[in-house]
Design a protein around this ligand. Structure first.
Ligand SMILES: Cc1cc2nc3c(=O)[nH]c(=O)nc-3n(C[C@H](O)[C@H](O)[C@H](O)COP(=O)(O)OP(=O)(O)OC[C@H]3O[C@@H](n4cnc5c(N)ncnc54)[C@H](O)[C@@H]3O)c2cc1C
Length: 452
């Protein structure tokens, strides 16, 4: 019944299509999930609220893939590694580099990353998804899960042309916010209002052109730290970071330097405040860089990310919950389908620092952490996997998210193209298919490289 707090709606929604697999979210994990499903012959649709694939990598200008490597050992293969090669072949990256995270915070941590030009990545992903046979609907927002008798049957979406329904045998929630799972009634963690104060901060990234990156790189790390601490003291900077990714030509710096705290990105009011606060911070950071930092003297603000980058919101309750202890004690799982590398990176919710530490070895991610409890036909990938907050901090990196995407896309296709529920597909079948595609999912697969 309608009252002054609620409006009751009676809707008749047209069914716009039927698919084997629907992927909600065309970000790091969802793009790869869709490619994996479509390559195995599943009729696949990706629904993405933005205008391009890539998610954080493109829309948030987070322009480097982390976690392909644990130290010097590569732990992610398959489709994600193919995409890494394709972006290099397209001239969008000059390959994997050693990068020092947390240097300006006085907690330097070296890791091997793949920096790229996000604009090139957009084009590479368009081609790769098209060639896989998956269809995409951009500028379409997921609205509601359709369920029947404990099983997901499709999704309601909002399009420019209004509300529509799409049905599917399997739905993959790659939204980063567990939007489908929450709507389907799956228990989710991290939603409580008091969890907001604990959330890792958001960052609005920006791109500067006309930077002399080589000149900046020659600045000794102690001097960089001194400059950053000065900026912080004067209120011109917002955390201990001079974090940026340079494009292959060495002329642009894509900066991750804003730090927006106390945001619940599941609240439209907080999310709006985050965008405006991010731009306010950027308006302070840019003059600081131009005035103080060697190599930035002639820098010009070329772009601000389309949307603020959100590090965490919901985590689902899955059939298994990955913990920090699993990662740090090198636990093996029979149903492992992806390998993570870390680092475990926790941005302090208050303060201006970041804590970084390495898992002792590549860690296994079990399929059970990607299967929501209590519902059939629904799978997840990416940063909303079933995990503790600490484990999520180590598993959320984009190469790991993409590896999870390949695993659930493979499972979804194997289920729907043989008229089975995902739970009826044996994990050994999925692992065998992943191996055929050169995906890596067991520590033992990379141990030889570690020992060498
Ligand atoms: C500021 C910041 C810095 C980071 N730095 C790094 C780094 O240097 N390297 C690294 O590897 N990782 C980094 N990460 C982590 C990494 O980017 C994410 O954890 C990773 O992208 C998660 O992948 P995902 O597929 O779960 O989500 P995303 O890549 O965020 O993709 C989710 C997609 O779902 C779409 N979507 C969401 N809701 C809806 C809806 N209702 N309808 C339709 N579409 C929807 C979104 O538009 C988006 O495209 C960083 C993250 C942030 C925020």
């Amino acid at each position: 019944m309608a009252d002054d707090t609620h409006i009751e709606e009676h809707l008749s929604t047209p069914i716009a299509g039927h698919y084997d697999v629907i992927v909600v979210g065309g970000g790091a994990s969802g793009t790869v999930a869709a490619m994996a499903a479509a390559r195995l012959g599943a009729r696949t649709l990706v629904i993405e609220r933005g205008g391009c694939f890539g998610g954080a990598a493109t829309a948030n200008l987070v322009a480097q893939w982390v976690a392909f490597f644990h130290d010097e050992t590569r732990v992610v293969g398959g489709i994600p590694f193919e995409l890494a090669e394709r972006v290099q072949a397209a001239g969008g990256s000059d390959g994997f580099h050693r990068y020092v995270m947390g240097e300006a915070a006085g907690t330097p941590f070296g890791l091997r990353v793949l920096p790229f030009n996000p604009e090139t990545l957009k084009v590479v992903l368009d081609d790769a998804v098209k060639q896989s046979g998956a269809e995409v609907l951009f500028h379409v927002g997921f609205s509601r899960a359709l369920t029947n008798d404990g099983r997901i049957t499709g999704v309601i979406v909002e399009t420019v042309g209004g509300r529509k329904a799409y049905t599917a045998g399997t739905v993959i929630d790659a939204s980063g916010d567990a939007a489908v799972c929450a709507s389907a009634g799956v228990e989710c963690h991290g939603e409580a209002v008091d969890a907001r104060a604990e959330r890792q901060p958001c960052t609005l990234s920006f791109r500067l052109s006309n930077v002399d990156v080589a000149r900046f790189k020659a600045v000794p790390s102690a001097e960089r730290r001194r400059l950053v601490l000065g900026g912080l003291e004067r209120g011109e900077l917002f955390w201990q970071s001079l974090s940026f990714v340079s494009t292959p030509a060495g002329t642009d710096a894509i900066c991750l330097m804003s730090r927006i705290t106390g945001i619940d990105a599941l609240s439209e009011r907080d999310a709006s405040r985050a965008e405006q606060e991010g731009r306010r911070q950027i308006a302070s950071i840019v003059p600081f860089l131009v005035r103080e930092i060697p190599g930035f003297e002639n820098a010009v603000l070329a772009d601000i990310a389309e949307r603020v980058g959100v590090r965490e919101t919901r985590r689902i309750q899955g059939r298994y919950t990955l913990t920090e202890e699993d990662i740090m004690t090198e636990r093996s799982f029979e149903d492992s389908v992806a390998l993570g590398a870390g680092p475990m990176d926790r941005h302090e919710p208050d303060g201006t620092g970041i804590t970084l530490y390495a898992p002792p070895s590549p860690f296994e991610i079990p399929l059970g952490a990607l299967v929501p409890a209590g519902i059939e036909g629904l799978l997840v990938c990416g940063r909303t996997l079933s995990s503790t907050r600490e484990a999520m901090a180590g598993a959320r990196h984009m190469a790991t998210s993409m590896a999870m995407g390949e695993a659930v896309g493979t499972l979804a296709a194997m289920a729907t193209t043989t008229n089975r529920l995902p739970s009826a597909v044996k994990v050994a079948e999925v692992q065998s298919r992943l191996s055929q595609g050169k995906a890596l999912f067991r520590r033992s697969q990379v141990e030889t490289a570690i020992a060498a």
